[in-house]
Design a protein around this ligand. Structure first.
Ligand SMILES: Cc1cc2nc3c(=O)[nH]c(=O)nc-3n(C[C@H](O)[C@H](O)[C@H](O)COP(=O)(O)OP(=O)(O)OC[C@H]3O[C@@H](n4cnc5c(N)ncnc54)[C@H](O)[C@@H]3O)c2cc1C
Length: 340
């Protein structure tokens, strides 16, 4: 499986692509995490919503918060380049993959607490798992984020957001509004319970962008509401999204590619430069929403990167505005600065 994927994507022989230290790292990791627990040459494409990306040298699935914390600490102790992967909905993984350890966060568990609160493992999918569970209990707050691919950890990293309910859609609702606290493994290696303020949430921003903290679990304080009302808002939000966004099952993507530009709109600028529908290889600037790039089938990360650079450079040249990628570039990328 891995070899055929690799061979269709690259002229570099597999053996040369791996870090020369990978097998030593595997042994040292397995001494800490358990025999047979670390995979090698694992293709990352299936773990991303773009369905793009070469192999991780080393791959570990963390299914409990203890295992997640242990894996992060082991990576640090052994000085192995490490990437923590959630649902892979906000990243582009390089065709050459990742020379180090990818930890897939699958920390589960949904526990209802007194006071309309719920605690979820950081690897729980916000939708459908957490939203369905909370709405079934008649608890609102997370339902706004229906249809958005994300783990709980990724949602805190990003401060997940969506528009307030129809018909007004008057403001942006952020997940920070229902975050009460979280258990983290801090950058300094301590297990801590931190409150909402710790995260310093902003638009597409939390402290997790600046500090190497790992969210292990998060607790949300929700609002009791009628289930029928919650279900109606969910249906409206899903149909709003279906009209504007590509269906991930047919057109894989990573959502918005460039950061929001208040009052201007990254998508509008790209559209004005005539790039809506532009294609390169298997990638396309989505014809209904120019801030989204879709994988038409068989797109490489290089195809997507080409369109990102084309959009960024054209918009800069023609409008003077500098687009900044929102999605994370994971692995071996070389992103030149804008050509003015
Ligand atoms: C079709 C589509 C529509 C989208 N629509 C929206 C939208 O409406 N609103 C919106 O806000 N976003 C949207 N997004 C973006 C995406 O859903 C969010 O950014 C999401 O929160 C990413 O979560 P993830 O689990 O996939 O994180 P990943 O993409 O796997 O990782 C993103 C970053 O989070 C870090 N991270 C993940 N877990 C943890 C953790 N436990 N602790 C610390 N750091 C962690 C990773 O290391 C990485 O740096 C959309 C994406 C797609 C594909």
């Amino acid at each position: 499986m891995y070899r055929s994927y690799w061979e269709t994507r690259s002229k570099v022989p597999l053996e040369r692509a791996m870090s020369p230290k990978a097998l030593d790292w595997k042994e040292a990791l397995e001494a800490r995490l358990g025999p047979g627990s670390v995979g090698t040459h694992v293709p990352l494409a299936p773990f991303t919503t773009f369905q793009i990306g070469g192999p991780a040298d080393l791959f570990f699935r963390a299914e409990t918060s203890e295992a997640l914390a242990k894996a992060i600490l082991a990576g640090r102790e052994l000085a192995i380049p490490t990437f923590l992967l959630g649902k892979g909905a906000n990243i582009l993984v390089a065709d050459a993959g990742f020379r180090g350890l990818v930890i897939r966060n699958q920390v589960g568990g949904i526990e209802f607490l007194a006071g309309d609160r719920v605690r979820a493992g950081a690897g729980v999918e916000v939708y459908p798992s957490l939203i369905e569970a909370t709405v079934e209990m008649g608890l609102g707050g997370l339902h706004h984020f229906v249809g958005i691919p994300s783990t709980v950890g990724g949602a805190l990293w990003q401060n997940l957001h969506f528009l307030s309910p129809a018909p007004e859609r008057a403001r942006t609702v952020f997940i920070e509004e229902v975050v009460e606290s979280a258990q983290i493994l801090s950058e300094e290696g301590r297990l801590e319970e931190v409150g909402r303020d710790y995260f310093n949430f902003g638009y597409d921003f939390s402290v997790l962008h600046e500090r190497e903290d790992t969210v292990l679990t998060a607790t949300f304080r929700l609002d009791p509401q009628e289930k029928e009302r919650l279900r109606r808002i969910m249906a409206e939000n899903l149909s709003w999204r279906a009209e504007r966004h590509p269906d991930l099952r047919q057109l894989p993507s990573a959502g918005s590619v460039f950061k929001k530009m208040e009052g201007i709109g990254a998508g509008r600028l790209i559209d004005e430069c005539g790039l809506k529908g532009a294609t390169h290889g298997g990638a396309q600037i989505f014809h209904r929403h120019a801030n989204i790039i879709v994988n038409l089938g068989g797109a490489s990360a290089a195809d997507v990167l080409f369109l990102i650079l084309q959009a960024r450079d054209t918009v800069l040249k023609e409008t003077g505005h500098e687009l900044v990628p929102e999605i994370g570039m994971i692995g071996e990328f070389h992103l030149p600065s804008p050509s003015k």
